[in-house]
Write a protein that binds this ligand. Structure first.
Ligand code: CO
Ligand code: CO
Length: 319
């Protein structure tokens, strides 16, 4: 979108200029609309699971803005004549299962003939204008909490190479299909000032988006990171998706890594996640309580992985 002039509006609270998880448009004093769209090509073989994962991923950006998703529309590209139409149906059914779980209404959609299969959703949600969680609202001393373990991209690479057990593929499929709904509901009861969801740029790429422009830095405690244990093994074997290298190259200049941090951990920090967890920034004194409340709610993990640094240097340190 670089170089294009995009007209604004007094009611636009979050738009393209801020590069946040979703757009936000104010309707009244106490109501704003969140809008987002996301779709992709299959990342798992099973069509129903793919539908679930794509839907969970698309819904996630509304949760990451502090909002509640309300309506959704299907977006489908389908190779008619090449794939059986029952596959189309299974994908839609998988997506619908997650739309229902989210308490969202499916109001429509659009499908086109496409060489490559694609599925996703456009999602609309509500948020109070004073409760929008943008990325860059950081204060020194706050803590970072992550709600899904890292290494999803590496495991998916191993799945494609035929190197995983059916049990592991299944476990990671379920992790990707897990909605960030519960995590977002718990988050609403705590002094969280910023939030994003961890997806294609990896944990550090998304944390960098929070740090740059915030006036603060961040510190990651590598020993506290929740990692999918098999992903650590695959990373040690050098099974790293190409996206991880791109993510690293893009943000290298603001990241300082202690030489003692294991190489596999660093690789996982840049690993592109599909439908990853929420990365929350909470006041330091409330971090333990939020982590406990998330764990009680049964979210995949509730790890306090680091903190916000003062001093005005917009850098990320990994120890
Ligand atoms: Co996002
Ligand atoms: Co997105």
């Amino acid at each position: 979108m670089c170089g294009l002039e995009i007209p604004g509006d007094d009611h636009l609270l979050v738009g393209l200029a801020q590069a946040d998880d979703a757009g936000v448009y104010q309707i009244s004093e106490d109501l704003a609309l969140i809008q987002t769209v996301d779709f992709f090509t299959p990342i798992v073989d099973d069509p129903y699971s793919f539908g679930q994962i794509a839907a969970a991923n698309a819904l996630s950006d509304v949760y990451a803005m502090g909002g509640v998703p309300k309506t959704a529309m299907n977006i489908v590209g389908f190779p008619i004549g090449e794939l059986d139409i029952s596959i189309f149906r299974q994908i839609i059914e998988g997506g619908l299962s997650k739309i229902k779980e989210a308490g969202v209404v499916l109001v429509g959609g659009h499908s086109v003939a496409d060489k490559e299969l694609k599925y996703g959703l456009s999602v609309t949600g509500f948020v109070h204008p004073k409760q929008i969680l943008i990325k860059r609202r950081l204060r020194p001393g706050q803590k970072l909490i992550l709600t899904k373990p890292l290494g999803i991209g590496i495991v998916n690479t191993a799945v494609k190479a035929g190197m995983t057990s059916p049990e592991l593929s299944q476990r990671v499929s379920e992790l990707m299909a897990t909605l960030n709904k519960d995590a977002a509901e718990v988050m609403g009861n705590f002094p969280v000032s910023a939030c994003t969801d961890v997806t294609g740029f990896g944990l550090l790429g998304h944390l960098a988006e929070m740090v740059v422009g915030s006036g603060c830095g961040a510190k990651i405690d590598s020993a506290a990171l929740p990692l999918i244990s098999e992903a650590v093994e695959f990373a040690r074997m050098g099974l790293i998706p190409a996206g991880a290298y791109k993510n690293r190259e893009f943000r290298e200049d603001i990241i300082e890594i202690d030489p003692g941090v294991p190489r596999a951990t660093v690789d996982i920090l840049f690993d592109p996640q599909t439908s990853g967890g929420l990365l929350m920034v909470v006041d330091g004194a409330a971090a333990d309580d939020l982590s406990r409340a998330l764990a009680e709610k049964g979210v995949p993990c509730a790890a306090i992985i680091g903190s916000v640094l003062g001093g005005g240097e917009e850098k990320i340190r990994i120890n």
